[in-house]
Write a protein that binds this ligand. Structure first.
Ligand code: ACO
Length: 334
């Protein structure tokens, strides 16, 4: 077995990796397709805030598995995220172990001293599943428990949304709702960047060591450009405090331009001074309506929350999200 770097400009190499991903996901997540090829192809280009290294394990030209090393460049310079994936028919032969050791060596050489890995497992009886067993065998500690939930949009009726909105508005006097697609209006960019930064401090992180992310207008615009390049449309709903003019809450849904299904509920945050006004519900209901308008072919919405994030989970459950899978963050100090 040989481990070599993938040239991220090599479309053939990116395609071979994508084909492996499709094959693995058909086994690991049969109900949940991988991102479209067009998105995969563009997702690993370096930006000012992060870059990737992708390592391929091959045997006689046959691709056995992949390790992806993600490096944040503006903050969290001690940490790297690593993801190992092995072709189903080549599992339990030491490929994952070899890729993991290689990635660890790279992370050390790059001067970083902590590795994070996201590992999926079944909702119940996950302890013996491949991912967590592998992470534990590689010396990682479980650091945060999350649940993936899915909303079946065909089961959400407008009367339910109206009722949720009405109830939220009774607590949200003095706020107005804004919404946009892809590009934030210039007048909210600085406030939105502040709220994006708070995502890294305000969402529960369990034992994950993660320093506050450095967000400003430039990083926000760069993220928008990156989503444009990968074909991710972003639907954003936000609440503005009318008296001060400051942005108080936002929520983002992402849908691929190449395939309407599924959609992803990304970040939602209410600024600390504005909590208790049901703004989380208000912006989420507004954004669900926007999703129906902008992308009627989207039938399901996936989201992830820390198990301990009881407030956000309650909002999601009220909207009809139901748990389907566990996802844990594992961490290893080198
Ligand atoms: N059940 C129990 N233990 C397992 C399993 C399993 N199915 N798979 C691996 N392990 C543990 C064992 O301790 C094993 O050592 P052993 O074979 O000497 O008992 C050790 O992990 C190393 O196993 P490898 O053969 O090197 O692992 P493999 O090549 O099969 O790859 C992987 C394992 C990457 C988890 C594979 O099943 C896969 O691609 N799964 C889907 C994606 C995933 O979950 N990735 C892991 C994320 S964690 C991370 O990236 C650091």
């Amino acid at each position: 077995m040989l481990i070599r770097a993938l040239d991220l400009a090599d479309e053939g190499g990116l395609r071979a990796w994508y084909d492996l991903l499709v094959e693995a996901e058909a086994v690991d997540h049969p109900e949940w397709p991988p991102d479209p090829w067009e998105e995969h192809r563009e997702s690993y280009a370096a930006t000012a805030s992060r870059r990737f290294e992708v390592w391929l394990a091959e045997d006689g030209g046959h691709l056995l598995g992949v390790a992806v090393v993600e490096l944040s460049l503006l903050d969290n310079l001690d940490t790297a995220a690593v993801e190992v994936l092995v072709r189903p028919r080549d599992r339990r032969r030491g490929v994952g172990r070899a890729l993991s050791a290689h990635a660890e060596e790279r992370v050390r050489r790059l001067g970083r001293r902590r590795i994070l890995a996201e590992v999926a497992e079944p909702l119940t009886h996950g302890a013996g599943a491949a991912g967590p067993s592998f992470a534990a065998a590689m010396g990682f500690q479980r650091a945060l428990d999350e649940i993936r939930r899915v909303l079946d949009l065909s089961g959400v009726d407008d009367a339910r949304l109206d009722a949720l909105e009405k109830e939220a508005r009774e607590h949200a006097g003095g706020y107005e709702v804004l919404s946009w697609v892809d590009v934030a209006p210039e007048e909210v960019v600085d406030d939105l960047a502040l709220l994006m930064g708070r995502m890294s401090t305000d969402a529960p992180m369990g034992d994950v060591v993660w320093e506050p992310e450095a967000w400003d207008a430039a990083r926000l615009r760069e993220q928008e450009a990156s989503n444009r390049r990968t074909g991710r449309r972003q639907l954003v709903a936000a609440a503005r405090h009318v008296a001060s003019g400051r942005l108080a809450a936002f929520t983002v849904i992402a849908v691929s331009r190449y395939r309407a299904e599924p959609g992803y509920q990304w970040d939602t945050l209410v600024a600390p001074d504005h909590r208790g006004h049901r703004l989380g519900t208000l912006v989420k209901v507004e954004n669900l309506r926007a999703l129906r308008r902008e992308s009627p072919g989207t039938l399901t919405l996936h989201t992830w929350n820390a198990e301990s994030n009881t407030h956000m989970v309650a909002v999601n459950e009220a909207m009809g999200f139901r748990p389907v899978e566990r996802l844990a963050e594992w961490q290893r100090e080198l």
